[in-house]
Write a protein of this length. Structure first.
Length: 165
C-alpha cells in the first residue's frame, strides 16, 4: 500500500495552483516608469485656452506663469471659470472699475493672503487674462484697471505664439 501512494505522488506535478512570476512584470514597470520620467516635460501647458474665444497672436517669448485665471469672452467675464459679470454690462458702466469683478478679486486676494499666513505660500498678485482677439480695447482697459485696484497688479495677457518668418 505504501508503494502505491509513493508512486502516485511521483506522478503528480504540483498542487494544481498557478503562481504568477512578478519579477519580470516589475522589471517591465520599472522600465516604463523610467522612460516616462525621462520624457516628462516640466513646463508643459500651464494654461488651457477657453473654447469660446479666439486668442490674439503675438511674437512674445516669455513662458507663461501660473496665476489667477481671468477670462473675458464675448458674453462673460469669468474668474477661474466662474461667471462674474456680463461683458455688455461692464462696457455700459461708467468709470474704469467693474464692481462685481473687484469684489471677486478681493475675495481671492483675501483667501490667498490667508493661505500665505497659514502655509507660507507667497501671494504674488499674479493674474493671467485671456481675452478674445475682437475684445473692445475699452473693456480690456476696465478689466486691467480693476485687477490693478484689487491687489492683482501682476497681469499677463495670454496669446498664441506666432513663429517668426
Amino acid at each position: 500500500m505504501k508503494r502505491k501512494t509513493s508512486e502516485s505522488k511521483k506522478h503528480m506535478t504540483g498542487s494544481g495552483q498557478v503562481r504568477l512570476q512578478l519579477t519580470s512584470m516589475m522589471d517591465m514597470f520599472t522600465i516604463i516608469l523610467v522612460f516616462l520620467l525621462k520624457t516628462y516635460s516640466t513646463q508643459g501647458q500651464l494654461i488651457n485656452p477657453s473654447d469660446d474665444l479666439t486668442l490674439p497672436t503675438s511674437l512674445a517669448s516669455k513662458v507663461p506663469e501660473m496665476g489667477l485665471e481671468l477670462t473675458v469672452s464675448a458674453d462673460w467675464i469669468l474668474v477661474n471659470g466662474k461667471p462674474i459679470s456680463r461683458t455688455s454690462d461692464a462696457l455700459d458702466m461708467s468709470g474704469y472699475i467693474i464692481p462685481d469683478l473687484r469684489e471677486e478679486l478681493y475675495r481671492y486676494a483675501r483667501e490667498a493672503e490667508r493661505m500665505e499666513s497659514l502655509y507660507g505660500s507667497r501671494f504674488t498678485g499674479r493674474v493671467t487674462i485671456q481675452g478674445d482677439k475682437n475684445l473692445p480695447y475699452r473693456l480690456l482697459m476696465k478689466v486691467m484697471a480693476t485687477c490693478g485696484q484689487s491687489r492683482y497688479p501682476n497681469m499677463r495677457l495670454v496669446v498664441y505664439r506666432k513663429d517668426e518668418l
